[in-house]
Design a protein around this ligand. Structure first.
Ligand code: PLP
Length: 390
């Protein structure tokens, strides 16, 4: 969360006074309008608002028809929700190396493709765009779908296209820790009408009772309840208005920070797949060794950790996946399903050595769009000093 205030207060007030808090209404239509505005911003035909990013990923997987018998390729460095979403639809996550851009390694993606591969989920971690050209090339070659996990990269872009509009489906999160927020929330975007309809049906178990039910091309199947509401919708509309300013300020801060520090002894940044499209929320330093990374991160004024210590975002931290406890019920557990018995689920702590090497040498320094020139200088000085002392 970066910027929230009076505009959101007034939006919430407007909704509460209308007394129409349910999203499928004929009055305020906050969620419906947010969907129009977000798809316009991202550049896709369809958008569906959801309760969260995990719900968006699950609905996206339901949309493309992923399920038992399918492998879904995900990066070894992401929030566990990416893996959980795959398991939630009965499919198996295939854990794949990242490279020095901190995003999925397209060469390892190609190595991990099998006759069971249904989809790839590139994750734009820390606001950093994945190598979408290469990923789309591989996906086309093997005829598999691409779901972009944009949960940490709301509004970012790659080669001039907004993240989420390049793959078959894009998934966003608006939880408290993301660039845009309503406390919790998410959305998916797509150009594919059938993927959209399937996600729409899945996300609302009451679809049969809605006015739009009659217009659907897809027969209604049993779904869950991942609907948004008018309060969230109204907040998100205000957040969306602020998004491009947040991003341009983040990018300005990042540019100023990086240019003040570039070329200094012992300073090497992580590689970017598109520095222009990068959200600007983080700067990654790739150090010579794990010891150097630890020393750098612990220096005064850096206020950062080494990525391998995340406890949440490295594949070996994902206990339910590593231990193959894929469901509350053994018969529903994708790791035990007959349909999945030949699939790639040989997980071990050392299965992605490149990822472990990179993450053990990377320190991330977070940027803030509201930093003053003095704030930037203070952070630059701290990093320069830390690098000098290595
Ligand atoms: C936050 C996040 C999610 C999940 O989003 P929620 O809104 O918390 O469900 C998924 N993937 C990544 C990479 C995330 O950072």
């Amino acid at each position: 969360m970066y910027r929230i205030g009076d505009e959101e207060v007034r939006a919430v007030e407007r909704v509460i006074k209308s007394r129409q808090l349910f999203r499928f209404n004929e009055g305020t239509k906050e969620v419906a309008n947010f969907e129009k505005e977000l798809s316009e911003k991202i550049g896709t035909e369809f958008c569906l608002t959801l309760t969260g990013g995990t719900g968006a990923l699950i609905s996206a997987l339901v949309g493309i028809g992923a399920g038992p018998g399918d492998e879904v390729i995900i990066p070894a460095y992401t929030f566990m929700a990416t893996a959980l979403a795959v398991v939630a639809v009965g499919a198996i996550p295939v854990i794949t190396e990242i490279n020095d851009s901190l995003t999925i390694d397209p060469d390892d993606v190609e190595k991990k493709i099998s006759k069971y591969t249904k989809a790839i989920i590139p994750v734009h971690m820390l606001g950093l765009p994945s190598d979408m050209s290469k990923i789309m090339e591989v996906a086309k070659k093997y005829n598999i779908k691409v779901i972009e996990d944009c949960c940490q990269a709301d509004g970012g872009s790659y080669k001039g296209k907004r993240l989420g509009s390049i793959g078959d489906v894009g998934a966003f999160s608006f939880n408290y820790f993301k660039i845009m927020t309503a406390g919790e929330g998410g959305a998916l975007v797509t150009d594919d009408e059938i993927f959209y309809e399937r996600a729409l049906i899945y996300h609302d178990g009451g679809t049969a009772f809605r006015p739009h039910a009659g217009g659907l091309k897809t027969p209604i199947f049993a779904g869950a309840q991942l609907r948004s509401n008018e309060i969230s919708g109204a907040i998100l509309r205000e957040q969306l208005k602020k998004l491009d300013n947040i991003l341009s300020d983040l990018r300005k801060v990042k540019k100023s920070f990086m240019s003040s520090i570039e070329g200094q002894k012992n300073i090497k940044f992580i590689r970017s797949n598109d520095i222009e499209g990068d959200c600007g929320s983080n700067v990654g330093f790739l150090l010579e060794s794990e010891a150097a990374a630890r020393k750098f991160a612990a220096s005064k004024g850096i206020n950062a950790g080494v990525l391998i210590d995340s406890k949440k975002h490295v594949y070996f931290d994902w206990d339910p996946i590593m231990n193959k406890r894929g469901s509350h019920h053994p018969v529903l557990d994708p790791f035990k399903l007959l349909q999945n018995k030949d699939l790639n689920m040989n997980y071990s702590k050392d299965m992605c050595p490149n990822t472990l090497d990179i993450l053990s040498r990377t320190v991330i320094v977070g940027m803030n769009p509201d930093w003053t020139e003095a704030d930037i200088i203070a952070k630059v000085e701290a990093c320069k000093k830390a690098a000098m002392e290595l």
